[in-house]
Design a protein around this ligand. Structure first.
Ligand code: TXA
Ligand code: MG
Length: 320
């Protein structure tokens, strides 16, 4: 299944390919990203082609180190940005800030803001530090599908469209956290959470010593369609285990293939496995996966957000 020509754990090979204008799928602590040199417009454009993603959906720029906020990536560095960079990076937080002169239009879709983060995965940090490169990277999945948390997921999604002559999948093992970074918009009068992640609105409010709008409802970052994280099977969200089992029994009686997923007892593990669980449901050709809804606190907020999106479009309905 895996093609040794495209999957590698060589940081040097990855660095050479990025410098030469290729695409490298990189491991991060959240999910794998499909990276290009953030200052190479032609390479960045290819990301959109390979993913099938609309060109106006902006990309996050991944920096080697928080000190680079003073190196042309940010238009104006606020005290809040400094506090968040010092406390949360490297880590699963993306900040939206006024763009600096090094940020190219291909990355932001011509927006005045840029999303920045410093990922913590050791392979990718070493890659960015050694090659002194910043990379623009969305999650390394086909547009609209669930994010990849292993190199094999990336290969399943993009192996056929990556060019083995110039691109690479850098294998850094399974992503530790498993859901995408928190996105906080620092360009609005009150900082706003645009996408929930492992770092919560309360964490951020405590760091910057002011209130944060935690944006109830689905993620609002640009291009975050409600149907963004969709497996092929239908996802039904059940309020509790016994409701889930009841739905499953009724659905089985109708001849549908269905299973129940309940990881509410360990939310860290639930996040770590979420996208692999959704991919496994598709690999098993399930019609429906019933997921017991996690409690809405801590990581449960991010999990609930991704699950609500995965459940947004269904062809079969839970029994009334
Ligand atoms: O954990 C993550 O954030 C992963 C890893 C690879 O770092 N990346 C990721 O990227 O999830 P992506 O492109 O799949 O999701 C980023 C979201 C997109 O909805 C994008 O439109 C939004 O952030 N975004 C990025 N830059 C933005 C900007 N300047 N203004 C508004 N939204 C922005
Ligand atoms: Mg994505």
């Amino acid at each position: 299944m895996t093609d040794p020509g495209v999957i590698s754990s060589s940081i040097d090979e990855a660095g050479r390919r990025l410098i030469a204008g290729g695409l490298v799928a990189v491991p991060t602590e959240t999910v794998y990203g499909l990276a290009a040199n953030a200052e190479d417009g032609a390479a960045v454009k290819r990301i959109f082609e390979v993913k099938g993603r609309p060109h106006d959906h902006p990309l996050i720029v991944h920096l080697a180190d928080g000190s680079l906020i003073d190196d042309g990536w940010v238009g104006q560095v606020s005290t809040e940005l400094r506090a968040l960079a010092a406390t949360c990076w490297p880590g699963p937080l993306t900040v939206l800030v006024p763009r600096g002169e090094r940020v190219i239009d291909e990355v932001t879709g011509k927006r005045p803001s840029v999303g920045l983060r410093v990922p913590s995965h050791p392979l990718t940090r070493t890659l960015l530090t050694t090659y002194r490169i910043a990379v623009a990277a969305p999650s390394a999945n086909r547009f609209g599908k669930v994010s990849p948390t292993t190199a094999a997921h990336v290969y399943d999604d993009l192996g056929a469209v990556l060019d083995p002559e110039q691109d690479l999948i850098l294998d850094g093992g399974p992503a530790e956290i498993g859901v995408e970074s928190t996105i906080v918009d620092l360009t609005t009068p009150t900082p706003q959470i645009l996408r929930a992640g492992a770092i919560t609105a309360d964490d951020i409010a405590e760091i910057i010593q002011r209130s944060v709008d935690n944006g109830s409802g689905p993620s609002r970052a640009a291009g975050m369609l409600t149907s963004h994280y969709t497996p092929d099977c239908d996802i039904w969200l059940a309020p509790d285990r016994s409701t889930a089992e009841g739905w499953a029994e009724l659905a089985r009686n109708r001849g549908w293939s269905i299973d129940v997923l309940d990881r509410t007892d360990d939310l860290v593990d639930a996040a770590h496995r979420l996208y692999a669980d959704l991919r496994a449901a598709d690999a098993r050709d399930l019609d429906i996966l019933v997921v017991v809804t996690p409690p809405p606190s801590g990581l449960g907020i991010a999990l609930g957000d991704r699950l609500a999106k995965a459940a947004a479009i269904v062809s079969l309905r839970p029994p009334a």
